[in-house]
Design a binder for this molecule. Structure first.
Ligand code: SF4
Length: 475
């Protein structure tokens, strides 16, 4: 597992909360959310939509959303298909559309279209959890409400205010710290909402999950987890992978998880599924150099012969976790030495109900390509390194399209040089990797039905037309 600025061990002194709040107030004079809104209704809807995606992505759709459906009454009677199409860039458009339409209907029925100020009343609305309710109370109604997201949780741990990973417990611990200090001093009370908003800004800009920049942090002399300015960075993930790595540490709450949850309903059956893991090994110190490791499965295998896949397989009893599974399988399949790669974390498991599997993608990185080769020619036909950008790469639009099984869409497809055709779960994961490093994902690029009939582009600007998966790759 990666090393980062660790949370201080229990018993370590904690940073004085009031001083932290004062320093953050100086660094970020305006405590604000990065979501764009102009009413309580817009803030509530935008916050609900921000679950498992980024504020920037939400802002990109809410301008049109709120101009077409400016209040609860309009949104409650919106055409759900049209709404889902607008929300599609966020992923899970139909689910999000249904959620906010129900939310609007409930606002109309229970609160005459107004947003309530009360925590319980807010939490009773469709799609509104504790954090969303606290954001609305704090940001719009100016209440002393400390919303805990992944950044607040991480900062609170590093500053020594909590040792918990449970959001409600973290909230309680931070407020208890504030109470202790307020009792001891005449320094003004720290508003919970402002503290939360500033911790989030600081967590995004300075105290990031993977590479906290203690050397330029205004809290460095107060923080028990501060690294020495001259200390080597514990983790040297290249910049192009930083966001993706931050989403793979098990606490991800943004778009990457969602991209990989292809079918949330299928998670209901997760307990009965066989658990597997795959290794997403990316090499290179810049996006231009970046390559991902794939292999072609043995052509005589009974299951998925000739398909291109990430190294991986079923979890064995001796595996400590999914990361151990992915590394063990990669060693067995392509001879990868686990010492030569840095595991950055694991994404949320992806259900594959038709195969009865729950697959955890594990992200790893190495600055240079480690030696790999075919270990067992029955299992593996060949090993390939596929570039992320440039000619013949995963992001070349003329090589990207959709796969079809008898006319039914099976998601993204990559048709790469040397007869490397990638579809299915591997293609979903690679597509999510592209989105995670800031390149357009399939969901944003899929042509409209009329585009689908257009000629395939040459180095073009749109995806190629969907294509049927060849018969020999269907088993
Ligand atoms: S010193 Fe600042 S950047 Fe470093 S761990 Fe503490 S809060 Fe985070």
């Amino acid at each position: 597992m990666p090393t980062t600025a660790a949370a201080p061990a229990s018993g370590c002194p904690s940073a004085p909360l009031r001083q932290v709040a004062a320093r953050l107030a100086a660094a970020y004079p305006i405590a604000r959310t990065e979501l764009e809104y102009s009413s309580a209704f817009e803030l509530l809807v935008a916050t609900v939509l921000s679950a498992q995606t980024t504020d920037q992505r939400v802002n990109a759709v809410t301008g049109e959303l709120f101009s077409r459906w400016p209040d609860a009454s309009a949104l409650a009677s919106a055409d759900e298909d049209g709404l889902a199409a607008l929300l599609r860039p966020l992923g899970m458009g139909p689910t999000r559309a249904h959620r906010i339409r129900s939310l609007a209907a409930q606002l109309l029925e229970r609160h005459s279209g107004e947003v309530p100020e009360d925590q319980q009343a807010l939490e009773a609305l469709s799609g509104v959890g504790r954090k969303t309710a606290l954001v609305v109370r704090g940001v719009w109604f100016g209440q002393d409400a400390l919303a805990v997201d992944t950044h607040v949780m991480r900062l609170a741990a590093r500053l020594g205010w909590t040792s918990s990973r449970d959001a409600q417990r973290v909230e309680k611990d931070v407020l208890a710290q504030r109470e202790r200090e307020t009792t001891d001093s005449a320094v003004p009370y720290t508003d919970g909402a402002d503290l939360s908003l500033r911790l989030i800004l600081h967590g995004r800009r300075v105290c990031t999950a993977r590479a906290p920049q203690c050397g330029r942090c205004v809290l460095a002399d107060l923080c028990p987890a501060a690294q020495e300015p001259d200390a080597p960075q514990a983790l040297s993930v290249p910049a192009f992978l930083a966001d993706l790595a931050a989403r793979a540490d098990g606490s991800a709450t943004d778009g990457m998880q969602e991209l990989l949850h292809r079918d949330e309903a299928a998670l209901v059956d997760a307990p009965s599924m066989r658990h597997s893991a795959v290794l997403v090994l990316i090499t290179g110190t810049s996006l231009v150099q970046a390559r991902v490791l794939l292999h072609e499965r043995g052509r005589t295998l009974r299951s998925q012969p000739g398909q291109f896949a990430l190294p991986g397989g079923g979890v064995e009893p001796q595996d400590a976790d999914a990361m151990a599974t992915a590394l063990r399988e990669a060693r067995e399949e392509v001879g990868l030495d686990p010492e030569q790669v840095q595991v950055l974390g694991a994404f949320a498991p992806v259900p594959m109900p038709h195969r009865g599997r729950l697959v955890t993608p594990v992200l790893a990185w190495a600055s240079q390509q480690p030696p790999v080769s075919v270990v067992d020619p029955i299992e593996v036909e060949r090993v390939v390194w596929v570039p992320l950008v440039g000619e013949g790469s995963l992001s070349e639009l003329g090589r990207r399209g959709g796969g079809l099984l008898d006319g039914r869409s099976v998601g993204p497809l990559f048709d790469l040089p040397d007869d490397v055709l990638v579809w299915g779960l591997t293609a979903f994961i690679l597509d999510a990797v592209l989105a995670g490093v800031g390149l357009p994902g399939w969901a944003q690029l899929t042509p409209t039905p009329q585009d689908a009939d257009a000629p395939a582009p040459r180095g073009g600007r749109v995806l190629r037309a969907p294509q049927e998966i060849p018969a020999h790759l269907r088993r």
